[in-house]
Design a protein around this ligand. Structure first.
Ligand SMILES: *[C@@H]1O[C@H](CO)[C@@H](O)[C@H](O)[C@H]1NC(C)=O
Ligand SMILES: *[C@@H]1O[C@H](CO)[C@@H](O)[C@H](O)[C@H]1NC(C)=O
Ligand SMILES: *[C@@H]1O[C@H](CO)[C@@H](O)[C@H](O)[C@H]1NC(C)=O
Ligand SMILES: *[C@@H]1O[C@H](CO)[C@@H](O)[C@H](O)[C@H]1NC(C)=O
Ligand SMILES: *[C@@H]1O[C@H](CO)[C@@H](O)[C@H](O)[C@H]1NC(C)=O
Ligand SMILES: *[C@@H]1O[C@H](CO)[C@@H](O)[C@H](O)[C@H]1NC(C)=O
Length: 673
């Protein structure tokens, strides 16, 4: 998955190095394993040492050589720790298969992800994915890393010769992927599955050992018209491989479904990808900005293009034939630069993986299969549509016949039935959500906790310069059906009380790019809370209001966030989204991995970190100040948080103010007014 903003791709290709490849590098000499400290020949540098227990081996390379550079890559790339008991606190510092030293200095790793693995005697343990502290790979995991088991329908397809693709679990025997994944690149002949073909399911990190989740691939069936194109004898071979680029892989035994292994429903025939959302979620283990395969599953929201906006690239004269054929009904283009806005694209190794769309009922469906893309090498340099082409996906709903005939039906009981970009909700039990506007501030959300008291973020109603000055013309709307239609009932404000110590803090940071490349910036605020008292109570049953938490009633491990999405082309109805609340250490680790972004968010006791349970990363379409509703101790709804901080594009957690910490102050404020 390639992410352009903030990190520029390096210009030269770097091959993924396996240990076997290292041993062949001609610029370097390798010492055998020994207990003694290795010594290098006079004309070489000691570059990379590995230490296993008391034995060490080293590589000595000619200074300035390509081998030396490769060795640096190898010494500092990410690795998966050994499988250790779950209780082990820090697998990266204690359970890497070996210690590594780069030019005499020990390489320090940080954990970017962890997941289940099978230990020697068949018991379950954890393996961590460890990257060099402060490295680009580590930052990428924070920006784009999928949460453990977030995409239980993903399969990693491993083929002999280090080839890999993504795939989507279709039913208990079949995995859907791209046909070009099963073709020999040299001879362009279909390959026959052998023992080396594997589908790995139920994992985020590609190489963790989970034998029960490894399936042998016994049959591979491409679309019958794959790579057939009559009358175009001069086409480049690679391009022909993009025609009808869909295939099914059959596994050797029934896939065992469970919470971490599920099928994804495919889009219905005639599906309109752009109708219910303007982005799709793309997921894969493909090459990243570092031009290395990512061991860690990455995800992103990518713009879906209209047919016209994809095939406008017909005009590219110099480019390959990639975009010259009008196959609009068979293909979907996602990502790249469109209308000045950039979004992620797929990279090599992502092939066969999914584009996931929102369907008519708001659920996630498989709408695309990663097929091909234009080169992105000059995108960072020119930053325009021409040089930042989209990735092209097979339009799944067009191939329903092939799908039905090859793999039969799907089984609904195996589906990962999950809302994408929120569930539209309406009715009296959601009327606690209000919409707040002002003449000088942002448009925001808020939550009624009594019929005449609204809790929202301080920044929604006040300037935040320490003066205590509120925005002019603050208005509260209840019963809003759709934010874009201006419905709802207006309520006059009696008073606004800001939390003590509310102010802006830290630097302004970029949180995303909007239309015409306008950067959106935001600042973190301390004590970002306000209580709005209304002149008249809102007509609402107190049973439909969440209650204020007790001081010791912290957030549980998940909550539902409410917001009217803004600036979406597909409606502004109230949405409910489920967030997982992270523990503070985990959240702080993620923030710290983003040194380049200068986030400087200190995850203090007031901040709850939440990640949306199934998403391509944070979207900027939601309102600040909106409520996060959790279950309290006795099972009733509490207002456990309000949204105070979010980034627009990435998997970095959203910040919610922990309302339990302020409940005493809120009670006192309500009593006074
Ligand atoms: C592509 O095909 C669609 C329908 O198949 C048609 O509406 C459109 O005009 C065509 N575009 C070009 C550039 O030929
Ligand atoms: C990138 O741009 C350079 C000229 O600036 C050109 O020579 C090169 O072919 C381009 N590469 C691609 C992949 O388009
Ligand atoms: C494929 O099968 C599904 C489920 O039985 C059905 O809904 C769909 O219409 C079929 N599609 C085609 C193209 O036959
Ligand atoms: C904001 O508040 C914090 C703590 O309450 C304080 O340390 C800081 O100086 C304040 N900043 C401004 C600009 O008032
Ligand atoms: C979002 O929509 C509102 C209202 O239509 C508009 O005023 C605002 O400029 C838009 N914001 C962005 C970032 O496009
Ligand atoms: C739950 O607890 C809260 C506060 O402790 C209390 O006000 C409320 O009445 C309780 N609700 C039920 C249904 O027990």
């Amino acid at each position: 998955m390639e992410s352009k903003s903030f990190f520029l791709a390096t210009s030269s290709g770097i091959l993924l190095l396996s240990l076997a490849a290292i041993a062949n590098a001609s610029d370097c000499i390798f010492t055998d394993w020994a207990q003694d400290a290795p010594t290098c020949e006079a004309d070489t540098n000691l570059v990379f040492e590995m230490v296993v227990f008391n034995e060490r081996s080293a590589s000595c390379c000619k200074p300035g050589s390509a081998g030396e550079k490769e060795m640096e890559e190898s010494a500092t790339s990410c690795r998966v720790s050994r499988c250790v008991p779950r209780s082990q606190a820090d697998p990266c510092s204690t359970a890497l298969p070996y210690e590594t030293f780069y030019k005499g200095k020990k390489v320090i790793y940080e954990e970017v992800n962890r997941e289940s693995c099978t230990m020697g005697l068949g018991s379950q343990g954890v393996a961590a994915y460890c990257c060099r502290k402060g490295s680009l790979e580590s930052a990428l995991a924070s920006k784009m890393g999928a949460e453990p088991h977030e995409f239980p329908h993903m399969a990693l397809i491993k083929l002999p010769g280090d080839q890999q693709c993504g795939g989507t679990i279709y039913n208990k025997r079949w995995i859907m992927t791209a046909a070009h994944c099963i073709v020999d690149r040299g001879s362009r002949k279909l390959r026959t599955p052998n023992n080396g073909w594997r589908a790995k399911v139920g994992r985020n990190v590609g190489s963790t050992e989970m034998r029960e989740n490894d399936y042998k691939i016994i049959r591979a069936i491409p679309h019958p018209e794959f790579s057939k194109l009559e009358g175009h004898p001069n086409l480049e071979a690679e391009f022909v491989l993009t025609f009808n680029d869909a295939a099914f892989l059959e596994v050797d035994r029934d896939i065992v479904f469970g919470p971490n292994v599920k099928a994804l429903p495919i889009a219905p025939a005639g599906f309109d990808e752009l109708k219910y959302a303007d982005t799709a979620v793309i997921v894969g283990w493909g090459i990243t900005d570092t031009l290395q395969i990512s061991e860690n599953l990455l995800k992103a929201n990518a713009i879906i293009r209209s047919d016209k906006a994809c095939f406008i690239l017909n005009d590219v004269e110099a480019g390959p034939h990639f975009f010259q054929f009008n196959r609009t009904e068979q293909l979907i283009c996602v990502g790249g630069i469109l209308d000045g806005k950039w979004s992620n694209t797929a990279g090599e190794g992502d092939s066969g993986g999914p584009a996931i769309c929102r369907d008519a009922n708001g659920f996630a469906v498989l709408c695309g299969i990663t097929s091909y893309g234009g080169s992105d090498q000059n995108c960072s340099k020119y930053n325009n549509e021409l040089h930042c082409p989209p990735s092209v996906y097979v339009e799944v709903d067009h191939f329903r016949d092939f799908i039905n005939q090859t793999a039969g039906d799907q089984d609904e009981s195996t589906f990962h039935k999950v809302h994408l970009y929120g569930e539209v909700v309406s009715g009296p039990e959601y009327e606690h959500q209000v919409h707040i506007t002002s003449k000088t501030g942002k448009s925001c959300g808020g939550t009624l906790i009594t019929p005449d008291t609204v809790i929202t973020a301080g920044q929604c109603v006040a300037v935040g310069d320490g003066s205590g000055k509120t925005h002019s013309g603050v208005e509260v709307w209840s019963g809003v059906q759709d934010i874009s239609s201006g419905s709802g009932k207006l309520h006059a404000v009696k008073s606004i009380v800001l939390a003590e110590g509310f102010n802006r803090s830290g630097e302004e940071i970029d949180i995303g790019i909007q239309g015409n490349r306008i950067r959106i910036t935001d600042q973190y605020h301390n004590n970002d809370l306000a209580v709005i008292k209304l002149k008249e109570p809102v007509l609402i049953s107190p049973n439909n209001l969440p209650r204020l938490p007790e001081e010791d009633e912290g957030a549980t491990n998940s909550g539902l966030e409410y917001a009217f999405p803004r600036n979406t082309s597909w409606g502004g109805e109230l949405r409910q989204r489920e967030f997982k609340i992270l523990d503070k250490d985990d959240c702080q680790r993620r923030m710290d991995r983003l040194e380049n972004l200068k986030l400087n968010v200190e995850v203090d006791s007031e901040l709850l970190c939440g990640v949306e349970k199934y998403s391509g990363g944070s979207k900027c379409d939601r309102e600040l100040g909106g409520g996060l509703i959790c279950k309290g101790k006795n099972g009733t709804d509490i207002l456990c948080g309000i949204q105070v901080f979010r980034l627009c594009e990435w998997a970095i957690p959203n910040g919610f103010l922990d309302i339990a910490q302020f409940s005493r102050w809120i009670r006192a404020t309500i009593a006074q007014s």
